[in-house]
Design a protein around this ligand. Sequence first.
Ligand code: ATP
Length: 596
Amino acid sequence: MIAGPGAGKTEFLAQRAAYLLQTGMCPSPRRILAISFKRDAAANLGRRVQTRVPEHAERFVSMTFDAFTKGLVDKFKSSLPRDWRRSNSYELVFPSGREQRDFVNYLASVTPTALRPALDTLPRDTFSADVVGAWALPFALPDREPASASAFAALTWWQERYLQTGTPHVDFVMLNRLAELLVRAVPHLRRALQITYPFVFVDEFQDTTLAQFSFLKSIFGNGTAVTAVGDRKQRIMGFAGALPNAFAQFIRDFDATPYPLSWNFRSSQGLVDLQHVIASRLDPTTIQVISRTTAEHGHEPVSLWTFTGVAREADCIAKWIADDLAQSQRTPADFALVARQKVADFEARFRARLAEHNIRLRNDDAMVGKMRLQDLLKNDVARLLLGMLRLAAQPSGLGSVWLEASRTMERIHGAAGDDYAVRRVNDELTQTIRSLHKWLNQHPVDSTSTSDVIARGLELVDVENLRRHARAAARGEDVDVVFDAFDARLAQVAAHASDWAAAFDDFESANAVSLLTVHRSKSLEYHTVFFLGLDDDQWWAHDRDVDGSTSTFFVGLSRAAQRLIFTSTSAFARRGKIADLYAMLDEAGVRERRWI
Ligand SMILES: Nc1ncnc2c1ncn2[C@@H]1O[C@H](COP(=O)(O)OP(=O)(O)OP(=O)(O)O)[C@@H](O)[C@H]1O
């Protein structure tokens, strides 16, 4: 399914899942495996299916590519061919672009003379994705040096990081390669996966890397119904090794039939017209999409606001949002501040200015412990813990929080569909919340450590059961990382809160203006989007990869449903590196408003 933003690709996957599960086309105990690139996208899709068919949600497994491959390796690593088996547990690492470049430089000193000239052809910035990711691990280590420079380079990478004595260091590309080797080396495992998952969905397929593609093909290339959805124009992971044209390769290798969609259910027509100008630049064959959303009266769909300085920008926008909220039914969560990459540059200023109007800001990109806030807030286990704490601190008026917590508990205890078990789980939840309520009353926010709160909450639920559930729901994800991140976030908000109810409310900041990068905004939507910083500072790397950068521009601007406002504080932006982006806005007739 190849279609533009807002066409309903994710919604289509949720509907297809409900259809396959309800009609028995995917009969119990078989499951659907849905693979996404972002944890948040995996959680969104899982939730959409949960809402539609709660009685079958158990059989819809939605996770990220990385969690799936890591889960396989963690569970079956003892079945790896002998040369690749390691007795030490590994350390997960994330090689930076610089490490990869340094490694390619280092190769020159160890590569046999005959292969040296070919070293220059190896990609430096995407070495891990393109070279290590492309090399299929042989069952046994070769006893002679590989004949090609890329195979030699990949093997050397494995030797330095994984095969030598000591703690092995692996990144997600290496985990992917190990998982691929596993399913090749253990036919029973491949067969078990194929039987368990007769249907596989892959969202955002345009961002698939070579390693992910070949892994998918190794397991599900034969006999499994694989549905890939995405939009070539939203390919924004080129820097991380996304295939140049994953769809063409998919159509060829999986013998797939492509279907286009030509509606946009998200954005009003004025926004769709702007999107068409940029889409046509990215793909001249793009068809004109029709908006299926009614434009609300009184809005200018797109505009460009320029300011004399950053303080003025934050001031005006905060006041404008406050006025808009006062005159409408909208809430702060209808607004997003999106930036190319450096959102931290905006955070303090906008937080302070919005606070003057009693409006909260939530930085979805902020790191809490080892997680991004957005991922933490979408995590099932974190949501359950937070839900229980919120219910304990504020026993009435949180019906939807109760419903979500009780549904999660039912899933954890495998109670869904069994009336007696459901009642028992709900009784237990009520008891837990009562007990927590008492405890919180005796331990005020200003004199209690947040880790004690978490420990108390976990004491009351069956924590081992919770761990098992978390492992099954998102294989490969470490629950302790979630607990640490939870603690970090709670400590952050508790420091300024007058009581626990306020702290837990602040934790989620559900009713806040979101601040996030374009990458984090992927697949999300907001009534009004401010696309901040249309200047060389945010877009400094535009000329290095104009297509990738224009796709990023496209992803960011297509999050808006009714209003999109670009902003700039630089008088030279129009004539700088992103002059071509400004030219597209001019072509689309976007009007500039100068805030003096
Ligand atoms: N058939 C439909 N009828 C009505 N609304 C729909 C339909 N399909 C999708 N929507 C709504 O349109 C919006 C966009 O849908 P969705 O998120 O599935 O789009 P997408 O194609 O995945 O977008 P993107 O590529 O931008 O992430 C959502 O609010 C969704 O609920």
